[in-house]
Design a protein around this ligand. Structure first.
Ligand SMILES: Cc1ncc(COP(=O)(O)O)c(C=O)c1O
Length: 435
């Protein structure tokens, strides 16, 4: 069946160039104008189909336009589309209960917002009130969002439009084994050095009384940096010994993405004091969530509202997404399909010497691209060539890392065995064109 094309990609591009901020550039030399999505597939305005292995930045967690999510949203919009936080709805309560059921340990109380950035802001404001302190320890290579606070917590120059403008945010060294800030090659002794660095940051760059240590459980924009065993236990003990709280950012790594567990932090057996979530929580609907223990939440004394936070339509999307996730046991699926994907990527790394490292957990896997393995010089040029070549193979993947040198892969958590094999074949063909 021939699709009737109604969107002209050239006029969309011209309209973007004329009327939208140019600071959020689309991927690719020739940007893709998408018009439809279904499961793992998206269609562009020319009618071409692409296998989506980046899921709108790890967000369409159960696939584009999942029928149950779509139906629930349409039904809710027809009944009650908006309330604000001035009125109660059963949807907010149900979603908060669902989060309490899967969140680690005693985390059972939630504030809903509309984005990861707002969830981060909420967590920091809460930690400051709960400790009566204001200083934050974040990590280098972090990405926390696009507000003034979140860009100050972000530690990638390219994502920081302002010089540091909020005092009291200091960045400890990133637990990044492939580019270990302590020594090469990284070994088990580096954990002690990272602990000394964290403590030194607290002792020398703060008043010695930090409100919180804030970290992504896997640094996403940084290039899926997986901390070594024992890092989070050390960091949580350290911050608590100085009277601060541990905040885990699960915006990318949450909701089964890392395989076998609902949240990334559970792999390290650490219970955070506060956890932030967004992206995959509602399969593309704008939902952010900050979840904590009741006793910590009670420290928020000032009034606050969120006009759109916990909106009934967004909550309907989140509930339907969560129902699908629980029924389909996405943590187990991500572990199984993630192992398949990882095996295929490891095979590619044997074949192509410019793949410096394959890393990640579950269905959050990355390739760090280098000029050559001995120098480990980051190769943004090769990574971008691979991104474009994958597009020619009708495979969508992502890019990240401090130097745009990391290929990021994160498909829907419902991806099938055949789809993973298909993506690996396309990626292999794309790799063979990179020189
Ligand atoms: C780990 C992490 N935290 C926070 C954010 C901010 O989320 P949002 O873009 O929804 O504001 C992002 C976005 O990529 C992220 O990756």
């Amino acid at each position: 069946m021939t699709k009737t094309l109604t969107t002209d990609p050239q006029s969309v591009l011209a309209g973007y160039q004329r009327h939208l901020f140019q600071c959020a550039p689309p991927l690719y030399k020739e940007p893709l104008v998408l018009t439809e999505g279904r499961g793992i597939w998206v269609t562009d305005a020319k009618g071409d189909q692409y296998l989506d292995f980046f899921a709108g930045i790890l967000t369409t967690s159960v696939g584009h336009c999942h029928p149950e999510v779509t139906q629930r949203v349409a039904e809710q919009m027809a009944v009650l589309g908006h309330t604000s936080t001035l009125y109660l709805t059963e949807h907010q309560v149900e979603m908060a209960q669902r989060l309490a059921a899967i969140a680690p340990g005693r985390l059972d109380t939630t504030f809903f917002t509309n984005s990861g950035t707002e969830a981060v802001e909420t967590a920091i404001m809460l930690a400051c009130q709960a400790t009566d302190r204001t200083e934050i320890i974040a990590l280098r290579h972090a990405y926390s969002g696009r507000s003034v606070l979140a860009t100050n917590m972000t530690a990638h120059a390219a994502w920081r439009p302002l010089a540091a403008s909020i005092p009291g945010i200091v960045h400890a060294r990133s637990p990044y084994p492939y580019r270990c800030p302590v020594k090469t090659p990284c070994d088990s002794g580096c954990l002690d050095a990272l602990a000394r660095d964290l403590e030194e940051a607290i002792q020398t760059c703060t008043s010695g009384k930090p409100a919180a240590f804030f970290a992504e459980t896997i640094q996403g924009v940084g290039g899926y940096i997986v901390p070594p065993e024992g890092y989070f236990a050390m960091a949580a003990d350290m911050i608590r010994s100085y009277g601060g709280l541990f905040i885990a950012d699960e915006v990318q790594a949450g909701f089964g993405r890392t395989g076998s567990r609902w949240f990334g932090i559970e792999h390290w057996n650490v219970e955070p004091d506060i956890m932030v979530m967004a992206k995959g929580i509602a399969n593309g609907f704008p939902v952010g969530a900050t979840t904590t223990r009741r006793d910590i939440a009670e420290h928020w004394k000032a009034k606050t509202i969120s006009t759109f936070g916990g909106n009934p339509v967004s909550m309907a999307a989140a509930i339907a997404t969560n129902e699908v996730m629980v029924r389909e046991d996405v943590p187990t699926r991500a572990a199984v399909r993630g192992a398949q994907l990882r095996k295929g990527l490891d095979t590619l790394a044997h074949e192509f010497p410019w793949i410096g490292e394959v890393r990640g957990m579950g269905l959050m896997q990355a390739l760090e691209i280098v000029e050559d393995r001995s120098s480990k010089t980051p190769s943004s040029a090769k990574a971008k060539a691979l991104l474009e070549a994958a597009k020619q193979e009708h495979l969508l993947i992502g890019i990240g890392g401090l130097h745009d040198q990391v290929i990021r892969i994160g498909p829907s958590l419902l991806v099938t065995e055949e789809e993973v094999d298909d993506a690996l074949s396309r990626l292999r063909r794309a790799c063979s064109t990179v020189t």
